[in-house]
Write a protein that binds this ligand. Structure first.
Ligand code: NAD
Length: 512
């Protein structure tokens, strides 16, 4: 940080007074604020523990749980980091209060909200940006520059993945604290279909290739992971793939969802060259030379002069850059990539992909909200995903609160234990064909060390599930107990068998 301060990013002493609305993810932007001429002067959150954490970080800032008091505070800009489906409404309120807006992804939840948001930004003359941060790590940003220079030719096809099994977040806030009251589900991570959360995969392709989506289609996929509340093509906990035509005719296969192999990978094909980015598979590779078998080499772009400072922040520097672009637009007028129109371009294919899937694969044109004529077609389209009521208990009315409100904490622990026991049960069953048994040995060691807690968690979950057996809470507990292999893990002699299998695996590892 010390080196960066010396290099002075903007040639002005003007400072931006920023309020943060939603103090979970909203606090990720802190580190860079000072260097980007941003002073955090206010914070707002319903959650007491989040307000406390914020007050420790910025004791001089105004902090409240009341949106009205927050918006009336003397400040220039608001970071909207509230519940995902509420972003448009909250951004509109902030614009109305005369504040520039940096909105978390995604920009809006319904097409009608999108129209309202675009027109409110146009009327206000204020800066609106969306914090789509995945395109701005040094690799994506380098690719975008080289794509614009013509290195990869015309865009043909891309496959991009934002596959993230975030099952515990159905039951906790982002800081791991169980949802309160403890018998409720997370406000939106308990139901929002993954199609809606499409910007981390589509955003980088838009930035790298400079194209915008024009048409989208998707098929329903009703298979879900256990431990997610909503089943069927609605709901969270399954996969959400769509095909998107871009304005040059190229196609994107955009995959979001929650399944058993997280993936944040991007593969792009142009007429002259191709890009593959996957950190789990060794980084970024280019195939240059215009042919299918052309040389394929790993590259390491250095990043621009801000890269070192950016790296100290989350998401490979992406969090730094979205704040940088926002401050730059306010201070100098230079526009950010994700202005309100591109935020709409990126958000709409998610909304319409969900629609397409529930309408069994009906294709939708992606309107261009820069044009009033196209906005008019969607102005009154309020349709949104039907969903469970997250403010309702997962146990019946009249359930003993002392019992029911243990639910989220038990679920959180149960999911962690199930990750461990299932990994052991399944990997130990095929260890004979594994080329490297060290990770299986590590799972076994952890299971032996935590065995007592594992048993206690499974018993607590069983007791809670049996207390109200027909409730949604019981169904969720039973699904994860089944995933955890409850019967096998609680059977006599389980620990003894883990120990002896683990010893055999260690001997095998030592003889290699
Ligand atoms: N860009 C990224 O990499 C990234 C990563 C995580 C989350 N996000 C986005 O950031 C947003 C926030 O994420 P989160 O993980 O903190 O989720 P969250 O939904 O759990 O947190 C939102 C916070 O805002 C508070 N809140 C909501 N509405 C409020 C209101 N009207 N007044 C006061 N407080 C209010 C809630 O109490 C909660 O603490 C989400 O919409 C998510 O889409 C983006």
């Amino acid at each position: 940080m010390a080196t960066a301060r010396k290099q002075r990013i903007f040639k002005t002493d003007r400072r931006i007074r920023l309020g943060i609305w939603g103090l979970g993810r909203g606090l990720s932007f802190f580190k860079a604020c000072h260097d980007l001429n941003v002073d955090v002067v206010a914070g707002c959150d319903f959650n007491e523990h989040m307000r406390r954490r914020f007050a420790e970080l910025v004791p001089e800032a105004f902090v409240t749980d009341k949106a009205e008091d927050f918006l009336n505070h003397d400040m220039d800009a608001v970071l909207v980091s509230t519940f995902c489906p509420a972003h448009a409404g909250d951004a509109l309120a902030a614009l109305q209060a005369g504040k520039h807006v940096l909105s978390e992804v995604t920009a809006f939840h319904t097409m009608a909200e999108g129209v309202q948001l675009v027109e409110a930004v146009e009327r206000s003359g204020l800066v609106y940006n969306m914090t789509e941060n995945y395109p701005w790590n040094p690799n994506h940003a380098w690719c975008a520059r080289k794509w614009a220079e013509g290195l990869f030719g015309d865009f043909m096809y891309a496959e991009c993945n934002y596959v993230h099994n975030c099952r515990t977040l159905v039951y906790t806030y982002i800081d791991g604290v169980p949802v309160m009251p403890g018998d409720r589900l997370h406000n939106w991570r308990s139901w929002l279909n993954f199609h809606y959360y499409n910007t981390h995969s589509l955003g980088p392709v838009m930035v790298i290739t400079g194209t915008r989506p024009t048409r989208v289609v998707s098929l329903p996929s009703p298979v879900h992971l256990p431990g997610y509340p909503e089943k069927g093509p609605d709901g969270m906990g399954g996969i959400a793939p769509s095909l998107i035509t871009m304005d040059n005719g190229g196609i994107v296969r955009n995959l979001m969802g929650s399944t058993t192999n997280d993936s944040y990978a991007y593969r792009l094909w142009g007429t002259r060259g191709a890009i593959e980015i996957d950190w789990r598979m060794g980084g970024m590779f280019l195939r240059l030379g215009g042919g299918g078998e052309s040389p394929r080499i790993r590259i390491e772009p250095k990043g621009d002069r801000l890269a070192e400072l950016a790296r100290s922040m989350g998401h490979g520097g992406g969090d730094f850059y979205v704040l940088y672009f926002f401050a730059r637009e306010i201070l100098t007028g230079e526009p950010a990539f994700f202005d309100v129109y591109r935020s709409a371009d990126c958000t709409i294919p998610g909304i319409l992909a969900y629609r397409s899937a529930v309408e069994n694969g009906r294709p939708f044109d992606v309107p261009d909200f820069r044009k009033k004529r196209e906005r008019d077609k969607w102005r009154n389209d309020h349709s949104a995903q039907p969903h469970l009521d997250p403010d309702k208990s997962v146990f019946p009315r009249g359930a003993d609160p002392a019992v029911a409100q243990r639910f989220d904490a038990v679920m959180k622990a149960l999911i962690h234990r199930a990750d461990l026991t299932r990994a052991w049960l399944d990997w130990s069953s095929v260890a004979d064909v594994a080329t490297d048994v060290a990770p299986i040995v590590a799972v076994g060691d952890k299971l032996i060390a935590e065995h007592r807690e594992v048993v206690n968690t499974l018993r607590a979950a069983r007791e809670l599930a049996n207390a109200y057996p027909r409730a949604l809470g019981a169904r969720l507990l039973n699904e994860v107990l089944d995933l955890a292999g409850e019967k096998a893990v609680l059977a006599d002699g389980f620990l003894r068998r883990v120990r002896s299998q683990s010893r055999r695996l260690k001997r095998r590892a030592a003889t290699k």
